[in-house]
Design a binder for this molecule. Structure first.
Ligand code: ADP
Ligand code: MG
Length: 513
């Protein structure tokens, strides 16, 4: 098996013993006159040959190899009935957009009229460039048994890996803005995404933007089925209610009910990402079209998403990736506690303490101190991590002195949006002060912008970090998780207007509480 590259969209690597030049590794087929020698010759150059019982199955096998490895599998057939049997597999590969090469042996060249015949490397290229698909090579019988001097055989250079195309920049921005303004977005992940090795990028998009997703049957596992954002169990509801659908390498054919009502909303906005221009706009008129390789295009999307300031989902994504699974989580705040509850999983019982039944703010640091004391005596390997909104932290911030006095290695993360629910950024704050007395114009939800809460920690000898970018956040998290001795506080600045996703059920919106 070729070793699939772990970096999505990166060049894939192949086994050193794969066939000469073209990296063809597998051939499936049934031999007969005149193609037997082709199978023998293939084995001689290191191609693994699997003799099957029917060309149709051989062709299905070869096409699946193409999908799994990104290099076409070969199906070897005799002319006439053998080739006819292979047609089912060729059509299946063409419909699936999977690379495949079928080699057939026909009668000798002097027995029929032939046009120029497609040479081997060209077929490899055709099968994997652009939209992948099936190709057929017909080798005349007399050609198979032609005697040549071995030394005169020239191997044609392998074609370059398929070129990776990115989408137009403006189309990516348009798609991002459509998603940002959506109420119920849905990613549909298709097998094109699987083929493109886009799993890492798609996973990041799902996590960073908190997007729900639905895999098509063969795209299951691109993002694991047990991911909390997987809506497969509520497929019909998800399709019916989505106001924006992002199609990642999936076609609006019968599998997706043609993208039409009643399975979809009349006014659904479709963002289509596909490598094949002809596919764009099939059945529905898309709101945005992104022509390009899924892995590359999702990377473009991530680059946009990385723009600052961070939002809650970005912050919790990094926290979730970097904190130990068995840590004791303490949390309080409004959005911070609510979004953190879905974004940061707990794996063990009795290891989450939060505002509780009474919805009390100010409990966090006391809870964290208690958890650290108990952990010290019973489970010293467990870390206590306290995730606080900036307002919630203020209720008992001076307990940081207690934490330092007893040298409890608690990690406090303050998710700071300059306010209660939402706040103002420094510029808006300055503008606002022009209106006069702060007591009459400062919004009651606002707290002082860019407050350096981490300095409370450093004031008492712990470590304080002020972070604004995902990289700074990652570094601070890594340093404070590794340092098991020192109390630390990471003050994470996020977009003051960052909000949780819109509530799906109207009776649950804040005005109705
Ligand atoms: P599913 O059956 O999972 O819905 P489809 O076969 O309908 O998937 O759609 C797969 C789509 O993926 C095709 O339209 C194909 O052009 C596209 N595709 C294949 N490879 C890539 C790639 N590397 N980047 C983008 N799109 C791709
Ligand atoms: Mg806040």
């Amino acid at each position: 098996m070729p070793v699939p590259s772990s970096t999505a969209g990166g060049p894939r690597q192949f086994h050193p013993h794969s066939s000469r030049k073209s990296n063809i590794e597998y051939m499936f087929g049934i031999v007969g006159i005149p193609v037997t020698e082709i199978a023998i010759a293939a084995q001689a150059v290191g191609i693994k040959y699997v003799g099957m019982r029917n060309e149709q199955a051989a062709c299905y096998a070869a096409s699946a190899v193409g999908y799994l490895t990104g290099r076409p599998g070969v199906c070897l057939v005799v002319s006439g009935p053998g080739f006819l049997h292979a047609l089912g597999g060729m059509a299946n590969a063409a419909m699936n957009c999977w690379p495949l090469i079928v080699i057939g042996g026909s009668s000798d060249r002097n027995q029929e009229t032939m046009g120029a015949f497609q040479e081997f490397p060209q077929a490899v290229r055709t099968s994997i460039y652009g939209r992948p698909g099936s190709c057929y090579i017909d080798i005349p019988g007399d050609f198979v048994n032609l005697q040549v001097n071995k030394r005169s055989v020239k191997y044609v250079e392998c074609c370059l890996p398929p070129p990776i195309s990115t989408a137009e920049h403006s189309a990516v921005s348009k798609a991002a803005s459509i998603i940002a303004h959506s109420r119920q977005p849905l990613l549909i992940i298709g097998k094109g995404a699987a083929y493109s090795h886009a799993e890492n990028n798609i996973r990041k998009l799902v996590d960073l933007c908190g997007l729900p997703f639905l895999p098509t049957p063969m795209a299951k596992g691109v993002v694991p089925d047990n991911h909390p954002n997987c809506v497969a169990a509520a497929r019909s509801t998800a399709l019916q209610h989505a106001d924006v659908i992002v199609l990642l390498g999936a076609r609006l054919n019968w599998i997706l009910h043609f993208g039409l009502p009643p399975r979809f909303r009349h006014d659904v906005k479709v963002i289509q990402i596909d490598i094949c221009a002809e596919e764009l706009g099939n059945n529905v008129r898309p709101a945005a079209i992104l022509l390009g390789d899924i892995s590359a295009v999702t990377k473009q999307g991530l680059a946009l998403q990385k723009s600052l300031p961070m939002n809650y989902y970005t912050v919790f994504h990094h926290i979730r990736e970097l904190i130990p699974k068995d840590c004791i989580l303490v949390s309080e705040g409004a959005n911070t506690m609510d979004i953190g509850r879905t974004m940061v999983p707990n794996y063990y019982p009795r290891q989450r303490l939060d505002a509780g039944t009474f919805g009390t703010m100010g409990v966090g640091l006391g809870f964290a101190i208690a958890a650290a004391m108990v952990a010290k005596d019973r489970t010293p390997e467990k870390r206590v991590i306290c995730i606080e909104g900036d307002s919630a932290f203020g209720f008992s911030g001076m307990e940081v002195e207690t934490i330092c006095r007893y040298n409890l290695p608690i990690l406090i993360i303050v998710v700071n949006n300059n306010g209660i629910y939402t706040g103002l950024d420094a510029d808006a704050w300055k503008e606002m002060l022009k209106f006069g007395d702060p007591a009459t114009c400062v919004p009651p939800v606002s707290l002082l912008p860019n407050s350096h809460y981490e300095e409370i920690m450093s004031a008492f000898g712990g470590k304080g970090y002020f972070v604004k970018t995902p990289e700074e956040l990652q570094n601070a998290l890594k340093a404070s998780v590794t340092d098991k001795q020192t109390p630390s506080l990471i003050n994470v600045m996020i977009d003051p207007q960052s909000e949780r996703k819109k509530q799906e059920f109207p009776w649950l919106t804040r005005s109705n509480l």
